[in-house]
Design a protein around this ligand. Structure first.
Ligand SMILES: [Zn+2]
Length: 173
């Protein structure tokens, strides 16, 4: 059976960590997975852009206005709140936040459908959209606390490039 992006993993059999064996096998490239039209082809990683914006991408560094204190991501040269051009680097990687809004996308290409993503509002200010990981369909709620984690975003097996970015992880208490 060829799994599709819209197919939830059907097996009741799970491994030690509670992951269905089909999902485990797909993650390990042991069985083929059909990601559908939206999963075809991965654009080559723009290495020059990755280098230029390495702090924003790899370290989740945005900017904070020195005049009014508004944190912003991506980094801005001009404050969105007061128009000041006096900005300083501001890291979001170690900040916690809350789910502002989210969606579960059953048509998006995902190794673990549905793809879950949403807007995260950081404690201390700043909003941006992120994929949500370590979360199953129906579990996420608005206002749920999250922390940030640097996770794999895609695997470009043809070129041997693995892309990473920050994802929001719900903190279940
Ligand atoms: Zn400002």
């Amino acid at each position: 059976m060829l799994l599709t992006a819209r197919t939830r993993y059907p097996s009741e059999k799970v491994n030690k960590k509670g992951m269905p064996y089909e999902k485990y096998a797909a993650y390990r490239n042991l069985i083929p997975i059909e990601l559908g039209q939206r999963g075809e082809g991965i654009a080559p990683t723009a290495v020059s852009l990755l280098w230029r914006d390495r702090k924003e991408i790899m370290a989740l560094v945005g900017s904070k206005c020195k005049k009014c204190g508004t944190p912003q991501y991506p980094a801005q040269r001009v404050c969105v709140a007061c128009g000041s051009q006096d900005m300083e680097p501001y890291s979001f990687a170690d900040k916690t936040g809350k789910v502002f809004s989210y969606t579960e996308d059953h048509l998006a290409a995902s190794m673990s459908p549905p793809a879950i993503y949403g807007i995260i509002e950081f404690d201390g200010g700043g909003r941006f959209w992120f994929d949500v990981a370590d979360c199953e369909a129906g579990e996420l709620r608005v206002e749920m606390p999250v922390k940030m984690a640097f996770r794999r975003k895609y695997a470009d097996a043809e070129r041997g490039i693995y892309g990473y970015f920050w994802k929001a992880i719900p903190e279940v208490t």
